[in-house]
Write a protein that binds this ligand. Structure first.
Ligand SMILES: [Zn+2]
Length: 679
């Protein structure tokens, strides 16, 4: 799972902290005392996007061997960058090449509105790894005319024809991932996981014939392949060396071999070896073996994720998007969070779940804060702020999982945040004060609870399938909402104080609840176009959780809707009662998952999570105009520059920051373009 959910929550408070306000946060609470405050976090801002930089604190403390390991893993990650472009849409690589050729060779007027709009469009395409918005999934609309584009093509001698050219301007393939069943989940989605003429029914029938050798340990069929129709037959094109994306995969394994050569220990080397085997064979049994080895390789200071992992971009939830994150352990924060890990069974035992849905023993959950050293694929430029893997439920159950919070990324978000949004949307001064004092810690603990306790909690009834089969397109939002609810329920529990995680659990809980409701019912709407429905799984869950407790508590006025000077506020009047409602909804959400109750999931999400209150939305957008900060953020990566001796041996690696977003994007396209334009 990726913890995009928290990006929002975080932004709720990040946006709210002014630069001056962040300074009041105790540095030991941020775990980032080594970062310098005069670091220039922002690189660029365009359309609805802010591009930030992040640092790698502690880089100098790593041994050269560890630095090499990081470097090789980052290179492996970047070698697969083109894969995510092609996965996102079949014409993306062609379009990118054409746009970049224009951008780097055009000699005409670069001060015109048209050119600026062209530049913005290209930056948006870079940011989204393709022509669809990374978050809303809508196709990006160019701010220039077809006629102007034709001039650019012509004057730079750039060739872009046929569908790849037309699609920039027409209505075709308008949604990257479509979850509206009436339009056809596969036919309505532009992602490149299914070939022409394939329907959701075809896919389900195809995978229904695949039977795992051990039904209790199901293989992740479809994770690393594209289904296409050839002569009326459905054929699986597997991502592997010699197969689909083979040229990029060979580069990835080249660097992984080098990484294996400097592995910190045997377990880590074994996992890297299995990952290489998997890339070579495409064999899903090896994929499982790799995940088991990877989850058991916990001793090193360096870790990574690399492969086809999250399935959110597949409307049917089979195929994984290419992703890479290289991580260095953050010992200070990890220690703090391990407290939750040590007590995970207590949280399970005391959860407001039906007894039969509780786990007798919660296995091997780990939680770490890490320092990111490089990202690629679906994790870049837009990044999760935490990761919990592997996704396979049986491996999680038998071997546990690794869960990390990306500390320096979160830090950069916080420090780059700004403005008086908090003052604008908070109901009263107490709410503002609590947010300033406890908001950041509340966010951190919510993230930790969501991951360590939330995703690990609960069990599916015997004989009930995985949620992707039972809850289908609602599985992701239901799981994220469930994990959120576990966090919310415990954020106001005296246990947190008892464990020494906070000095006043009531104040912490209040800050957390205020922030969640403010975001779920109002501020997250700044990311949505007027009139749009909520499509993204995490945004949906934040709304269905908030809207559900608001409605259920309405009679008792637990969350009061206040109108003052024509502005709406949500004021929580009874925090303990709200906590009970979170508990009640958690119990129901777990029941839905445990029983695989599709109808109930559908009702919950469709009734509370999808439609937007148009009046509130309009008001929120108006009130937000004054702040103007772009709602989405992402990152350029620090550049790792190796220095070699005469024999080519790396003798040191230094960290540099890219000068601009376009510089890094062009550099990546030049140095890591290994795939043909059509795959
Ligand atoms: Zn999650």
């Amino acid at each position: 799972m990726k913890i995009k959910s928290y990006l929002m929550l975080l932004m709720a408070s990040t946006i709210l902290f002014s630069c001056a306000d962040t300074a009041v946060v105790n540095p030991t609470e941020t775990g980032e005392v080594t970062q310098t405050s005069d670091f220039d976090y922002q690189v660029d801002e365009f359309a609805d996007i802010k591009v930030l930089r992040y640092q790698i604190p502690g880089w100098e403390d790593l041994s050269l061997k560890e630095q090499k390991l990081v470097y090789y893993l980052v290179q492996a990650g970047l070698s697969g960058r083109d894969i995510i472009w092609d996965q996102n849409y079949r014409h993306n690589l062609k379009i990118r090449e054409a746009l970049e050729n224009i951008y780097t060779t055009y000699q005409g007027d670069k001060s015109s509105e048209d050119w600026k709009n062209f530049e913005t469009y290209l930056k948006r395409v870079w940011f989204s790894n393709g022509i669809h918005h990374h978050y809303s999934m809508d196709k990006l609309k160019p701010g220039f005319s077809k006629a102007y584009f034709d001039t650019l093509l012509d004057e730079t001698g750039t060739e872009l024809t046929g569908e790849a050219y037309e699609v920039i301007f027409n209505d075709k393939d308008s949604k990257k991932v479509n979850l509206d069943e009436s339009k056809g989940l596969v036919e309505g989605s532009a992602v490149n996981f299914y070939g022409e003429g394939i329907t959701a029914k075809d896919v389900e029938e195809f995978y229904a014939t695949k039977k795992s050798p051990d039904p209790n340990r199901p293989l992740a069929y479809g994770l690393n392949s594209k289904l296409v129709k050839e002569n009326g037959q459905i054929v699986e094109k597997v991502y592997k060396s010699g197969g689909m994306y083979g040229p990029a995969i060979d580069k990835i394994t080249f660097w992984l071999e080098k990484a294996k050569g400097v592995a910190e220990n045997e377990e880590q080397a074994k996992a890297l070896g299995l990952l290489i085997d998997y890339y070579k064979s495409g064999d899903l049994k090896t994929w499982d073996e790799y995940n088991i080895a990877w989850v058991q390789a916990t001793k090193g200071n360096i870790d990574y994720i690399n492969s086809f992992i999250e399935v959110y971009n597949d409307p049917l939830g089979y195929t994984g998007s290419y992703e890479n994150i290289v991580q260095i352990k953050d010992f200070d924060m990890s220690e703090k969070m391990s407290v939750l890990e040590d007590n995970v069974q207590w949280f399970e035992d005391n959860a407001p779940l039906m007894e039969e849905h509780k786990k007798d023993s919660v296995v091997g959950v780990t939680y770490k804060t890490v320092i990111v050293a490089g990202e690629s694929g679906d994790a870049s430029p837009a990044t999760p702020i935490g990761v919990n893997l592997p996704n396979s439920n049986w491996i999680r159950k038998e071997y546990g999982s690794k869960s990390v919070s990306l500390g320096n990324i979160i830090e950069a978000y916080n420090n780059a945040g700004s403005t008086g949004r908090l003052q604008e949307f908070a109901h009263d001064e107490e709410e503002v004060a609590l947010e300033k004092e406890y908001g950041e810690l509340a966010d951190k603990l919510h993230t930790a609870l969501h991951e360590v306790v939330g995703h690990a909690s609960g069990q599916i009834n015997p004989g009930v399938g995985e949620t992707k089969e039972t809850l289908k397109s609602y599985a992701s939002t239901m799981e994220e909402g469930r994990a959120d609810l576990v966090g919310l329920y415990y954020l106001m529990d005296p246990k947190l104080e008892e464990l020494g995680l906070v000095d006043d659990y009531e104040k912490l809980g209040k800050a957390a609840y205020d922030g969640y409701i403010r975001n779920g019912l109002m501020t997250q709407l700044i990311r949505l176009e007027p009139g749009a429905n909520i499509e993204e799984a995490h945004m949906r869950n934040r709304q269905w959780v908030s809207a559900w407790v608001f409605e259920k508590g309405r009679e008792r006025n637990i969350i009061e809707k206040v109108t003052r000077d024509g502005k709406t506020y949500f004021n929580i009047t009874d925090y303990a009662a709200l906590r009970d409602l979170f508990g009640e909804l958690l119990k129901e959400t777990q029941r839905i998952k445990s029983e695989g109750d599709y109808e109930a999931a559908k009702n919950l999400v469709e009734n509370y999570g999808v439609k937007v209150d148009q009046n509130i939305h309009k008001e929120v957008l108006e009130r937000n105009v004054q702040f103007k900060s772009a709602p989405y953020s992402g990152f350029v990566n620090p550049v790792l520059v190796p220095e070699t001796d005469e024999s080519g041996e790396i003798i040191s690696i230094r960290v540099e920051q890219p000068v601009s977003f376009e510089e890094q994007m062009l550099d990546y396209s030049e140095n890591y373009d290994v795939l043909p334009l059509e795959n």
